[in-house]
Design a protein around this ligand. Structure first.
Ligand SMILES: [Zn+2]
Length: 255
């Protein structure tokens, strides 16, 4: 009898633990706008829920494996340690492009722009889509996402456009952008742009997961702020994410 009780207690706590672990997941599958070899563009429309902004991340195997591989290769994953190493490498390279980028890294290191926090649920779900396409340890690649919002306190909806070309860097696809413009005309707000920065183990200048936006990132943000009312931007490396307000974007641009 006592044994049975322990079995029941164990079963109860296992189910509670696995329910908690699985809480961070998509409520529904995405709608594919179009896909081609090494190209995918899709979106989700979901009810806003606190879980998406919560620090609990997906338990998707690809995501957990990616984080464990990064942890094996990078001894200190503190986001400011990563930025400091990146800054040192940029300066040491002597390459004018990297030296120019280093000014941005220093500004973030000095905490003059952006706020850095652990990756949250929605970001981990989006990164998982990319991670399932190819190993981002051997073949670093980027996704870009537009997070849109519509509604009021009673019912708020999120629409998330996800695009990837399975390689670092990206552009805004016109088929996706046509939809975003229609959404904007229909009352949706362009709340945030999100993309990922990689740990590029193959790169001669070790660009290793710094979450500081690059100058091309900033130019894209500025265009989106002026033309389409972009409210914020984020960059994640799979562990940490930087959030940038419009004021952060503007002050970084002057560096
Ligand atoms: Zn970037």
């Amino acid at each position: 009898m006592k044994q049975l009780m322990w079995v029941l207690i164990f079963a109860f706590f296992s189910s509670v633990m696995s329910a908690a672990a699985n809480e961070c997941r998509w409520g529904q599958p995405p709608t594919i706008i179009f896909e081609a070899p090494h190209e995918l563009h899709q979106y989700w429309t979901i009810d806003d829920a606190p879980i998406y902004g919560a620090p609990s991340v997906t338990d998707d195997f690809a995501f957990l494996e990616f984080r464990s591989e990064i942890a094996k290769r990078v001894p200190d994953l503190d986001p400011f340690s990563i930025l400091q190493r990146e800054y040192n490498d940029f300066i040491r390279s002597g390459d004018p492009v990297f030296v120019s980028e280093a000014a941005l890294t220093r500004f973030v290191l000095e905490k003059k722009a952006g706020s850095i926090r652990p990756i949250h649920c929605l970001e981990s779900l989006l990164l998982s889509v990319q991670l399932k396409r190819q190993s981002m340890i051997d073949q670093p690649s980027e996704f870009g996402a537009f997070l849109m919002r519509k509604g009021d306190a009673a019912q708020m909806q999120l629409r998330i456009y996800f695009s990837t070309w399975d390689k670092p860097g990206g552009k805004i696809d016109s088929k996706v952008w046509d939809r975003i413009e229609r959404d904007l005309a229909d009352g949706w707000i362009l709340e945030r742009h999100l993309h990922n920065h990689n740990f590029m183990f193959q790169d001669p200048v070790s660009v290793m997961g710094g979450v500081c936006p690059s100058r091309p990132d900033l130019r894209m943000y500025i265009d989106l702020v002026h033309a389409h009312g972009l409210q914020a931007a984020s960059v994640t490396n799979g562990l940490s994410t930087i959030d940038l307000t419009v004021a952060d974007i503007l002050s970084l641009t002057t560096q």
